[in-house]
Design a protein around this ligand. Sequence first.
Ligand SMILES: [Zn+2]
Length: 140
Amino acid sequence: MSTYTKPLPNVDDDSRPQWEGFKQHKFLLFRCKKCGAWYWPKSFCRNHENAPMFGDLEWTEASGKGKVFAFNIHHMAFHPGFQPDIPYVYALVELDEGPLFGTNIVGIDPHQIKVGMAVEVSYDDITPEWTLPKFKPVGK
Ligand SMILES: [Zn+2]
């Protein structure tokens, strides 16, 4: 059995439901109950007056699809656990629902990645307790 050597997610009460969703291979984002707008991270809705304490938002399963908005290719590991992955890609994916989501792009040579490329979530079950939502080109 291999041991996971990278830092694990830093989870708080605001993000715990999303991580539980990833574990079940569900991609959850905040959605406004009043108008249907999607948010991530947590935010007051831009479209109207808001209930106190983010009361208009609820976790809702989203498509897990989007497009590469921006990316960079890492050629240096800033933590020793990432050394075996060099070069790896950190990207902002513009989700079909609207929010930008920071993630890794996998399943493709980093030099083939293009801004605007259609991608979809690819769940990486890194330990029995943790699943990371990475993205891959659609259909790969
Ligand atoms: Zn709203």
